[in-house]
Design a protein around this ligand. Structure first.
Ligand SMILES: Cc1ncc(COP(=O)(O)O)c(C=O)c1O
Length: 382
């Protein structure tokens, strides 16, 4: 059918006019300053091979899970992975979802109840916001990384006698690369009896010797739930909610994005287990290479006098704010022509005026690549 609804066509036209139309593209073999493959795990062929061995040992010869986890899809590797996650991330329980997106919508649509309040950092990921939209609880955003503003919101909710207060943040923000003072945040939430949820997508496998930022800081007991994901530093796909046993039982019963979807294929779960086993042995080396590159990148930014344009970050994500979709797209295009994949982040993904180039650093980037990409960028924006 060639007909297309008029309202949708108008929305697409507006995207074109705003220079923000999204298109799908394929990798062009450029130097990677863009993927979430922080430790290069997505390219490790040994995970693929050891995943096949896992399956052979357990005589799991199935291409797909053939059902949701509550029906026929819950193969033995799920138990192995969840047991592993409990020990590795120091949590009472772990529940694997098909993706971080699914974990967040499953959690936020089902856990906060009518009469409860969700307080979320204004920059949290779309998957958290979508989950919140599906919830019956009231929700308010607090200023990014601003604990005083959060406190004002908590006091307002307490004055209204809201039942439970859920506070949600990311340990490393996906579009800014910065972090909350998690210790101060957990102290506040403990003092005020709030339930804190931390999305660890960009910290999983990197901090605390291959664990996450909450683990590195020893705050596991003060956090109600952590969302860890396997699609970034683990180089795979999928996610888990870490929390106590009651939370796991609750989610198995009420999180619709777990209940009403086909489970991950055995091979996918085996591959995540292989990545974690590798991380146990080599995680320290891999993440120290990444940390060295982060340090080198920051030094170079300073040397080139570019620090004023970059958002302060100690993580693998570094953003140079260059106002306007057109400008960011143009600089990114030039960098592509020079062989570097650095993605433009456009509004409406970020606020108008906050458009940026997002440099994702990896353990496998060389110092020379880092120097070159920054020197070229500086010449382009001078
Ligand atoms: C902070 C954050 N949470 C959740 C997700 C979703 O994770 P997944 O890609 O596994 O769906 C992302 C993905 O970009 C993210 O950045």
């Amino acid at each position: 059918m060639s007909r297309f609804p008029k309202k949708l066509a108008q929305k697409l036209e507006k995207r074109k006019v705003d220079d923000s139309l999204r298109v799908l593209s394929e990798p062009k073999g450029l130097i990677d300053f863009s993927s979430n493959d922080y430790l290069g795990f997505s390219k490790k062929t040994q995970f693929h091979d050891s995943a096949v061995e896992f399956l052979e040992e357990r005589k799991l010869h199935k291409n797909g899970a053939a059902g949701s986890r509550l029906l026929t899809g819950n193969h033995i590797l799920y138990r192995e992975l969840e047991d592993f996650l409990v020990t590795h991330h120091n949590s009472q329980s772990a529940l694997v979802f098909n993706s971080g997106y699914d974990a967040n919508i499953g959690f936020f649509s089902s856990v906060p109840q009518r009469g409860d309040t969700i307080l979320y950092d204004e920059l949290v990921h779309a998957s958290i916001r979508d989950g919140i939209k599906m919830s019956n609880a009231k929700s308010y955003k607090f200023k990014h990384n601003n604990i005083d503003n959060l406190n004002v919101h908590i006091e307002r909710s307490q004055n209204r006698n809201d039942s439970e207060i859920y506070v949600v943040t990311e340990s490393v923000f996906s579009m800014d690369g910065d972090s909350h003072d998690l210790k101060a945040l957990t102290d506040l939430c403990t003092k005020k009896n709030c339930y804190l949820i931390v999305d660890e997508a960009h910290a999983t496998g990197i901090y605390g010797n291959g664990k996450d930022l909450v683990s590195q800081l020893g705050l596991e007991e003060s956090v109600f739930a952590r969302i860890i994901t396997f699609g970034k530093a683990l180089g795979n796909h999928g996610a888990a909610v870490l929390g106590n046993n009651d939370l796991k039982t609750y989610l198995v019963n009420f999180a619709r994005s777990l209940i009403y979807t086909t489970a991950l294929a055995p091979h996918a779960v085996a591959s995540v287990l292989s990545a974690y086993r590798y991380l146990e042995s080599y995680g320290k080396e891999e993440s120290s290479r990444l940390k060295e590159n982060i340090k080198y990148f920051k030094e170079k930014v300073q040397l080139l006098n570019m620090d004023a344009g970059f958002i302060e970050s100690d993580s693998a994500i570094h953003c140079l704010v260059l106002t306007g979709n057109e400008k960011v797209k143009q600089v990114s295009k030039y960098l592509h022509a020079e062989g570097f994949d650095v993605k433009p982040i456009l509004s409406p993904t970020v606020k108008i005026g906050q458009e940026r180039l997002r440099f994702c650093l990896h353990s496998y980037n060389t110092k020379e690549e880092i120097s070159r990409v920054l020197s070229i960028t500086r010449n382009l924006i001078k």
